[in-house]
Write a protein that binds this ligand. Structure first.
Ligand code: ZN
Ligand code: ZN
Length: 163
């Protein structure tokens, strides 16, 4: 929350070239199982939140857009490819997991359930393990350094030269 009580949110792509700031109330949060959203997100379904009634600003760079149908465009980072937007004539929605704190944005409806992949509902019943429980990957994980942008705004990015 800001001083004027207008909710504010931020987020961006994994490389940090595209960052967004949202001021105002978010609309309904959803997941969409339709085949177009599967392809656009590279995932089983696409979680999106409407920002139709909020003010969205971009910093560093705007997303690139792919015209995915005659009615809608899909925005993504031109550098790293992170899916970021769904833009239709009635407004824009942002990818929930691209927000710095996606835990705040709870989906309230599923769309496109006719295209839901048959195993999606069985995933919560699968065995679950911590990342560090994979002993074969222990050495890999112990030396892993993330080059993804952190979940907050930065003045300078990349923070250091990696070449
Ligand atoms: Zn990026
Ligand atoms: Zn969809």
């Amino acid at each position: 929350m800001s001083l004027d009580n207008s909710p504010r949110y931020s987020g961006g792509c994994q490389c940090g070239r595209v960052r967004f700031h949202v001021e105002g109330a978010l609309g309904d949060a959803s997941v969409c199982h339709c085949r177009m959203c599967q392809k656009a997100s590279g995932n089983f379904y696409q979680p999106l939140v409407s920002v139709r009634d909020a003010r969205v600003t971009w910093s560093r760079d705007e997303p690139k857009r792919f015209q995915s149908s005659n009615h809608a465009r899909r925005g993504f980072c031109g550098e790293c490819g992170t899916p970021l937007t769904y833009e239709a004539p009635d407004g824009m929605a942002l990818a929930i997991a691209a927000f710095d704190d996606p835990s705040l944005i709870v989906p309230v409806i599923q769309w496109g359930v006719e295209a839901k992949l048959p195993y999606v509902d069985t995933i919560p019943a699968l065995p679950g393990e911590d990342t560090m429980a994979d002993q074969d990957a222990a050495g890999f994980l112990a030396t892993l350094v993330s080059y993804q942008h952190p979940d907050y705004d930065t003045d300078r990015w990349p923070a250091e030269d990696r070449t």
